[in-house]
Design a protein. Structure first.
Length: 432
C-alpha cells in the first residue's frame, strides 16, 4: 500500500577543545561505562490540568520552528526546501540537561522556553512524545500509519556518559546511548546505519566523516507516514504551468473541488489544510502578493493559530502540484547561532560526560524528504475539530479559487495536548 513519506534525521556533533588533545587527551578505555538505566513511562497529558509552563514550552517549540524556517529559507533562496524544526528542537531541549549553568537560560530562550525550568522542558518533551507516538505505531484494518520519533547519543569510548544525563535522556526523550570509536570509520557506519534503520532506509549517507576531535554526537530521527482522509482523483490531475523563480515549467496539478473544504483568506494569503487519515494535516499557504519570503518571515505561532481559528467551511477549487523534495539543510549551524543557541563555542556543555573535558557543539546537519501526491485531501469535520476551525461560521459569498501555480509554503503538523497543532515539518515549494 502506497504511503506518504515525511522523514528527517538531525545530528549535532559535539567536539572537545583541540588543546586538550594536543596535551595528550584521554586514554582509550575500550568502552564507556554508565549504570544501566531503564525508562520511566512517558508522561500522559493531564486533561483538565492545564500547566501554563508546559503550554508555553510546547508553543515555544512552534515559534522556534517558524524562526528557524525563516532563516533557513533565506539561506536556500529560490530552491525547494523542507526541514523538521521539531527534529532540531528535540535534541537541543535534551541538551538543556547538559549545558553549563551559565548558558542554560540563553539556550531555553532560543528554544522558545524563556523562564521555563529544565524540568518542565523535559516534561513537555515527554508529553509531546506520548501524544505524537503512543497510538501511531500500530496497524489498524490493514493500514499502517507510523509517526516515529527516535533520539540517540553516540559517545566515544574514551569517555564516560554521565548517569544523570543518560537517565533524563531515556526517561523524557526515549534517547538511547550508543558506544562508538570516533577515530574509526566504523563510527560513520554506525550513525548512518542508525539513520537508515529509523527512516525506513530512506535517509542514507548522512555523515561522510567525523572530525577526529569528536567525543559525542546527539541525533534525532522522525519517520512520518500517513494517507489523506480523502484522496485527490488522479483522473483529474492535469498538466499546467507553474511559475517558478527559474522560469515557467509544466507540471502535474491535482484538483480538489466542491464544498466541505476548510479555507482561510486574508489580505496576505490563502490557506487550506489537507487532513491526514490518523491525525493532523498539511497546511498549504499561498501568498497573494509580496512573494514567498515575505510570507515565511511573517509566519509565527500566533499567526498560525489565527489561520486555524478563522478558517471556515467553504466551497471552492484547489489546484495543487504534486511535489517531492529531498535536501540536506545548508547553514544549520549558522542558523542556530543566529537564533541565540549558545552551545557552539567555549566550555558550554559540562554535564554530558564525567571527564573534565570542555565540550561544545561544532556542527549540525539535517536531511529531510517530503512527498505529496493524490493520496490525500481535506477531511473537513475532523480537521475543523482538531484545529479549532469554525465549522458553523460564515461561508464565503463567492466560492474560493486557490491555484498554487507559484511558490507556496507548507506546514506539517500533528496534535499535542500542550501545543495543539504541533509543527513537525516546514518548507517551501519553489519549483515542483
Amino acid at each position: 500500500m502506497k504511503k506518504r513519506l515525511f522523514l528527517v534525521v538531525t545530528i549535532f556533533i559535539v567536539f572537545s577543545c583541540e588543546q586538550y588533545h594536543n596535551n595528550g587527551g584521554a586514554e582509550n578505555t575500550g568502552s564507556f561505562k554508565i549504570a544501566e538505566v531503564k525508562a520511566k513511562e512517558l508522561l500522559a497529558p493531564s486533561y483538565g490540568d492545564n500547566d501554563p509552563s508546559l503550554k508555553t514550552a510546547a508553543e515555544g517549540a512552534n515559534d522556534f520552528a517558524f524562526r528557524l524556517n525563516a532563516v533557513l529559507v533565506k539561506n536556500n533562496a529560490g530552491k525547494n526546501f523542507v526541514c523538521s524544526p521539531f527534529s532540531v528542537w528535540m535534541p537541543l531541549a535534551a541538551l538543556v540537561n547538559a549545558a553549563d549553568s551559565q548558558f542554560k537560560d540563553a539556550l531555553l530562550t532560543s528554544l522558545g522556553a524563556s523562564g521555563i525550568s529544565p524540568d518542565d522542558v523535559n516534561k513537555t518533551a515527554s508529553r509531546m512524545l506520548y501524544d505524537l507516538t503512543k497510538l501511531r505505531d500500530i496497524e489498524e484494518e490493514g493500514y499502517y500509519n507510523p509517526l516515529k520519533i527516535v533520539n540517540a547519543i553516540f559517545v566515544d569510548n574514551k569517555v564516560t556518559l554521565r548517569k544523570d544525563f543518560a537517565q533524563a535522556f531515556m526517561d523524557f526523550y526515549r534517547g538511547s546511548s550508543i558506544n562508538v570509536d570516533f577515530a574509526s570509520p566504523d563510527a560513520v557506519d554506525a550513525v548512518n546505519n542508525w539513520a537508515s534503520k529509523n527512516t525506513g532506509g530512506l535517509i542514507t549517507n548522512l555523515v561522510e566523516k567525523f572530525n577526529p576531535l569528536t567525543f559525542a554526537a546527539i541525533a534525532n530521527a522522525i519517520y512520518y507516514s500517513d494517507r489523506w482522509r480523502l484522496e485527490f482523483n488522479p483522473d483529474e490531475t492535469k498538466d499546467d504551468v507553474f511559475h517558478a523563480p527559474v522560469g515557467d515549467r509544466t507540471v502535474p496539478f491535482m484538483l480538489r473541488r466542491g464544498g466541505g473544504q476548510i479555507y482561510y483568506e486574508d489580505e496576505k494569503i490563502q490557506a487550506v489544510p489537507l487532513g491526514f487519515l490518523h491525525n493532523g494535516g498539511l497546511y498549504i499557504l499561498l501568498p497573494k502578493s509580496g512573494g514567498i519570503d515575505e510570507l515565511v518571515f511573517s509566519m509565527t505561532n500566533d499567526y498560525f493559530n489565527e489561520i486555524q481559528r478563522n478558517s471556515v467551511l467553504a466551497e471552492g477549487r484547489l489546484l495543487l502540484p504534486r511535489f517531492l523534495i529531498e535536501n540536506k539543510t545548508e547553514g544549520l549551524q549558522e542558523a542556530l547561532e543566529s537564533l541565540g543557541v549558545p552551545l557552539f563555542e567555549g566550555e558550554t556543555i559540562t554535564g554530558l560526560i564525567t571527564e573534565n573535558i570542555p565540550l561544545s557543539l561544532t556542527d549540525a546537519m539535517q536531511k529531510a524528504v517530503i512527498k505529496v501526491d493524490e493520496k490525500g485531501t481535506t477531511a473537513a469535520a475532523v480537521t475543523v475539530l482538531e484545529n479549532g476551525a469554525t465549522s458553523t461560521g460564515p461561508q464565503p459569498e463567492i466560492p474560493f479559487e486557490m491555484v498554487c501555480d507559484r511558490p507556496f509554503m507548507f506546514i506539517l503538523y500533528d496534535y499535542t495536548y500542550d501545543g495543539r497543532s504541533q509543527v513537525l515539518f516546514t518548507g517551501v515549494v519553489n519549483q515542483p
